[in-house]
Design a protein around this ligand. Sequence first.
Ligand code: SF4
Ligand code: SF4
Ligand code: SF4
Ligand code: FES
Length: 952
Amino acid sequence: MALMHEIDFGTPLPIAGTFVTLEIDGKKVTVPVGTSIMRAAVNAGVQVPKLCATDNLEAFGSCRLCLVEIEGRPGTPASCTTPVATGMKVRTQSAKLARMRRGMMELYISDHPLDCLTCAANGNCELQDMAGVVGLRAVRYGYDGENHFKNAEKDESNPYFTFDPGKCILCSRCVRACEEVQGTFALTIDGRGFASKVSAGGEQFLDSECVSCGACVQACPTATLIEKTVIAQGQGEHSIVTTCAYCGVGCSFKAEMQGEEVVRMLPYKDGKANHGHSCVKGRFAWGYTTHRDRILKPMVRAKITDPWREVTWHEAISYAASEFKRIQAKYGPDSVGGITSSRCTNEETFLVQKMVRAAFGNNNVDTCARVCHSPTGYGLKNTLGTSAGTQDFDSVEAADVIMIIGANPTDAHPVFASQMKRRLREGARLIVLDPRRIDLVKSPHVKADYHLPLLPGTNVAMINALAHVVVTEGLVKEDFVKERCDLVAFEQWRKFIAEERNSPEAMEHITGVPAADVRAAARLYATGGNSAIYYGLGVTEHSQGSTMVMGMANLAMATGNFGRRGVGVNPLRGQNNVQGSCDMGSFPHEFSGYRHVSEDAVREVFEEAWHVALRGDPGLRISNMFDAAIDGTFKALYIQGEDLVQSDPNTQHVAAALGAMECIVVQDLFLNESASFAHVFLPGSSFLEKDGTFTNAERRISRVRKAIAPMAGLADWEITMKLSEALGYPMNYSHPSEIMAEIARLTPTFAGVTYEKIDELGSVQWPCNDKAPEGTPIMHVNGFVRGKGRFLITEFVPTDERSTERFPLILTTGRILTQYNVGAQTSRTANGVWHNEDVLDIHPFDAENRGIRDGELVSLASREGEITLPARISERMQPGVVYTTFHHAMTGANVVTTEFSDWATSCPEYKVTAVQVRPAKHQSAWQEHYRETRRQTTQILGEPSPTNLPRT
Ligand code: SF4
Ligand code: SF4
Ligand code: SF4
Ligand code: FES
């Protein structure tokens, strides 16, 4: 596809209300009230020259290029700031307008370096375009004039873009993008008049508040703010629309290409999840895709202490299959299994679980969603009937009260956080439930009405206390409950929740939050209009994760907050395809679409389609596989795209389990930590090499389109297909669209999904079937999917993980904006300039008590293990709680986490670990061991062979 340029309408689309008809250059056009003349003109097929306007920013009216004449009105108003009116007659072209526009352009050009031919924006510069459009032929004031910033130093501090003040036309689009789109307010215009200058708060970009989202770069009409890759490589010549492979927001991007090389990733304006915005990861951190650490040849070894041997695809796959068969013959059919990945596409994931069920002949398939959002599926299915969030992201625009629980959207879901911040700036109220003072508690123009800093592990106590207020203060939406919910279950719940032991006062000593704040927050949530809950892993990764999900559903049902825009219960999914991997039947007890394997009628459908007898007993979960491996009954594992050693809790236990197996097949981009235990390595593909779909947190299925061929020669779905064939169960797909066709045939909620439909609509949210042919943005509109909404009793049970004299602090973990999960991708990009190591946040009180100083090495020990990392003294923490991220393998945060897990789903309790923190002089024994293991791995691998080097 040629390089794609979306239409720029100049100003935003107003909320549609009534419409007006007017005439522009003799053409009649009908547009919503509030539309600018500029936007109406584009609708009429007329382009008015412009420089300071662009359609994702409010009109500013500074460049004066867009002047028009309006019949019956004096002067020449700016079309970007003038709204349309019924019967208006507008002229966009006249000799007078042309003269005025040329005059404006003369002023700009007289103060601009004329190095167009060597400028990185050449061919993609709005200033250049406008000079052409207005017919500029001469500049009366000369060219060597006062380009007053011509000698100003370029700011090249950001690793991904530069700022060259000499090319700035002071249109202020960057400043407004940072405010209106991103909500960071990092930029200002410093100085006055001719001395005005864009400034990142007086600092270099890297040292400023800038979060490197790229919105200003995208907004800049000149080469002032521009990507370093464009400076180095030039403009792309074609582009491909695809989906970000990092977080569950699922932003759409245009990969701008030169041949098979990416020049830049530009957020796609028509992307339904991101509307043209992005964060630093999707926008800039894609360099890992060609990093020299990529393994591009299949490898095998008989023992994990042997060196790897590069082999052909045929040899690697035959060896893997023969090992799986040998092990099943020796240890029984249940001794092998597979792990699907939320990083991979729906189609890839579907094939892995199909291979396990049909070729291995058991249900031993699980997914990394097990360790993040499995309680979401369980809790929402049991209360509402569907294992997914209830709203689309745009729904937040109608929320009056936003409640964020155990999530940190500005770091983990940044593009949605920007949308949320915009709504908060418009006046929505905010309640934050989090042990830490996350950014949203107080950031430019956003301030939480209530921050309830509950102790880790007390979510259920808190949600019960909130619900108690609703029930006992007469705030239940009785009509809604009567019409929509199971009344027997409701009455049982009402009785339970009204008990005094669930009151904010009774719970105060458990949650640590003053009862008055809890009461006030509950009243706001129940009476503030449309109230929406957004939650993250701070909810699910607990021993009562599923209970808490049910508790949130109870609260939202009791207050009538389901079934329309602005309300709902919404998981912010961690990885790009967590929703999809769950939908695709990755759990050992469910086929795609969350149908239990024990249901005969369901199994028959799959047996008929797959021509094989299927088991009706659920298989092993990841944690069961580990335990069985240590017991000696589980011997082989196929892992697609997940690093179990680094991601799962209690690293030593995971390592012992993997070390006890006889055959581990790892399919991945890099030799990750799990690959240290592998016998077969199958090189996987990055998202740029894939065709398929991802499903984001709003159930939105978006296309992933191949921008370059798989670097190792085979696509991931082809690898699984070949392995299955070698195991004796051939599959015959020639393209991922055929896999999606099978998914649609076998999964009622996907029945209407096709690649053609996604291409036509841009994306589609499931359920998509005869009842909802274009998908379902908002669930439970006319009733709950399960029929009547079911209130469930949510008894608070304290976690077994308690602080003790020996381990008196509670550790909780999370993510940071610039790194992603275990860092496999982001650590191989320039994002390290922001965060090159994990640190331990500790409250000044706890630090002082332990003689810990900022930046010093500390030991973090739990009953499972000990690591060392630098301390950061932070008032964001509350006394008694410490926090770290888990992005760097060397830190080994999961060495200290425990195996406690959610009672219903086995989701690990990452968010609560009793620890002690002390000053340290040396790295921990585990870290010494890790360093030695990596050294050996590097030795085994040797210098990267020519096949392992990036092609470009
Ligand atoms: S990159 Fe984003 S945060 Fe940084 S200045 Fe530009 S718009 Fe603001
Ligand atoms: S840096 Fe670019 S967007 Fe910002 S004021 Fe200058 S020309 Fe306009
Ligand atoms: S918000 Fe998430 S999906 Fe969007 S660009 Fe960032 S990491 Fe990618
Ligand atoms: S585009 Fe209207 S004043 Fe600049």
